[in-house]
Write a protein that binds this ligand. Structure first.
Ligand code: ADP
Ligand code: ASP
Ligand code: MG
Length: 403
């Protein structure tokens, strides 16, 4: 089998752990597999580097940030390769560029445009185990780029796709995908399988365990994706097509996103094109808007609320200030002490009353719901941050997800 094995930050968190990873890779090789390893930076390393940059500037050049941040993954790939060679394997470390990963040039959140697998294939056929620095690529101009936080998952899936690997294993510090973050709800249950669509929703709605773009790509390229622990031999969770899952539960999981802020605009000029003007302006400032709610206007004025990622709130504020100065918005109110709790399940497509149970659960706990949004397979609610954990636990038990 050709297997891509990705090891996250905690799995390579110190030198002993890198040795542990080398032992695992070695065992896989001894079973006769061809192995391509993708590694993250040692845990805390990327944050540390971000902190270093912030010491000098609030607004560093994004290309410089990529030069800086991509170094973390390179350190791990070189160390792991050194450890594997020492164990008698023929190992070779590669940067994103060496592995043929070409991206667009939107630095710090680049998208992969293509992967040329020829160098990797040559190295594999020469009997090497290759150890690739995740999270990075190179733009057409030849400048190093990074793929956004958590992006090593995306590297692994993209590389698995381009090599047509039999399996892509994501090794992390939990032994699979749980019904909710096991750090919040100790009764969370490990899932044997989950569909790409549900995993994509959970990841997009805050479950950190897999980066959302990696799940999207795995679905598109039909990559067999397994999440498992690098610290145990427990079987992991298979992320697969919906038709491969026999019995779909109503709700598969609950996600929490603490990284959200609310923006509310009161007294907006109620005219055609105003929403387009506001959201276009936000988009050009790269603000990612979510959960938009507008109510019916009165007396020529409407109200509008939406959420944005916490670290984009400052940019959102400056856009809204422009509209206030132009007298198109009366009042703006911002709140960064909120969070978003979501329930996800493909079973919702065919069952009624799922959302009603969520609202009743919050009511029972006396938790006020600030905003609501739904789609075919999810219900999201914005609540005050202080209720984050209580909300997750109550919903987890209301939908009978407890183990
Ligand atoms: P890595 O460094 O290996 O990439 P991450 O920290 O990105 O690991 O992701 C693993 C973490 O994701 C776990 O420690 C867990 O707290 C969190 N997590 C959130 N939601 C879930 C879930 N539904 N199932 C499993 N883990 C989850
Ligand atoms: N090191 C990067 C991060 O911390 C990428 C990754 O770990 O996936 O976001
Ligand atoms: Mg991760």
């Amino acid at each position: 089998m050709l297997i891509v094995q990705k090891f996250g930050g905690t799995s390579v968190g110190d030198l002993d752990r890198i040795q542990n990873v080398a032992n695992r890779v070695s065992a896989s090789l001894k079973e006769g597999n061809q192995v391509v390893v993708v590694v993250s930076a040692m845990s805390g390393e990327t944050n540390k580097l971000v902190g270093f940059a912030e010491h000098f500037s609030k607004n560093p050049r994004r290309a410089d940030m990529d030069m800086l941040l991509s170094s973390g993954e390179r350190v791990t790939s070189a160390l792991l390769s050194i450890a594997l060679n020492e164990m008698g394997h023929k190992a070779m470390s590669m940067s994103g560029r060496n592995a043929g990963v070409v991206t667009d040039n939107s630095h710090t959140k680049a998208r992969i445009e293509s992967i040329d697998p020829s160098i990797m294939k040559k190295a594999l056929s020469d009997g090497n185990v290759i150890v690739i620095a995740g999270f990075q690529g190179v733009s057409e101009e030849g400048v190093v780029t990074t793929l956004g936080r958590g992006g090593s998952d995306l590297s692994a899936v993209a590389i698995a796709g381009s090599l047509e690997a039999d399996l892509c294993e994501i090794y992390t510090d939990v032994d699979g995908i749980y019904t909710t973050d096991p750090r919040i709800e100790p009764h969370a249950r490990k899932l044997e399988k989950i569909s790409y669509d549900e995993m994509l929703e959970l990841a997009s709605l805050g479950a950190k365990v897999l980066q959302n773009r990696s799940v999207e790509l795995a679905k598109k390229l039909d990559v067999n994706l397994v999440t498992r622990s690098s610290f145990s031999d427990a079987e992991g969770t298979l992320i697969t097509k919906e038709e491969n899952i026999m019995e779909q539960p109503l709700v598969s999981g609950i996600a929490l996103d603490r990284n959200q802020a609310r923006v509310s605009l009161v007294g907006i000029a109620d005219r055609p094109g105003i929403a387009s003007d506001i959201f276009n302006r936000l988009a050009t400032q790269s603000v990612n808007v979510d959960m938009i709610i507008q109510n019916v206007g009165r007396d020529g004025h409407a109200n509008l609320s939406f959420t944005v990622p916490m670290n984009e709130l400052a940019d959102a504020k400056s856009v809204i200030n422009e509209f206030q100065e132009a007298d198109e918005v009366d009042l703006a109110d911002y709140d960064d002490t909120i969070c978003k709790v979501s329930i996800v399940g493909v079973g919702m497509r065919s069952h009624t009353g799922v959302a009603a149970l969520a609202f009743a659960t919050m009511a029972n706990e006396n938790i006020n719901i600030v905003m609501i949004s739904t789609s075919e397979i999810k219900v999201s609610m914005v609540v005050e941050e202080k209720y984050a954990e209580l909300s997750v636990r109550s919903l987890h038990s209301a939908y009978k997800l407890d183990s």
